[in-house]
Design a protein around this ligand. Sequence first.
Ligand code: AMP
Length: 216
Amino acid sequence: MIVILLGMPGSGKGTQSKRLAEKYGFNHLATGDIFRGEIAAKTSIGEKAADYLKKGRLVPDAIVIEMVAGKIEKGSKYLLDGFPRTIEQAQGLAEMLKGVGSAVDLVVFLTLPKEEAIKRMASRRTCTKCGEVYNVTSRPPKADGVCDKCGSPVIQREDDSEATAAKRLMVFEDLTHPLVAYYKSEAAFHEVDAAQSPEAVEAALSAVIDSTKAAR
Ligand code: AMP
């Protein structure tokens, strides 16, 4: 089963994907996390991607598609988080899935007002090592600036700063939002209100996944 979670930055894609991957046994493929890992490890992909992440711009489609293609295996269940982000990436994904005898089964769009996304990004803090996500008001780490899970420093992502977050929302509207129309005609498509509590969002996503599984 191949599931795509779409949503603007701050809509909770990462948090929900981790929960759902654990619950359903999906391989969680988060391109943003992969790029941050490659940048930290100073690989050639990391070098190519670093400046785009810093500025809140999208890494060029060819680089992203090649990187994801190297990670898709026949017969595996994937939850795609942050990919595809453009129509060209969606077409690249369809091709690579065809190559392993598969296709997208479900696309869920997490909806959120822009003002709420900006607020969430401003209060988000992220572990520099394991990527665990915190919130300065609703879920701070137990010890200030230290990850509960792995003990590494917890910081504000450079691209969550106010100016870059605004840029990322513009990029979302221009390049990623068109995927909503694209997938409405291509695959099972649902919307879930991401302004609800994380538990309510998880329940709504689980219901959609369960009904898609039952219909297969
Ligand atoms: P995220 O963690 O999903 O918010 O992604 C952080 C950043 O990584 C984005 O602002 C982009 O610079 C880059 N990135 C992640 N996924 C993609 C993608 N599918 N296409 C292009 N750039 C991406």
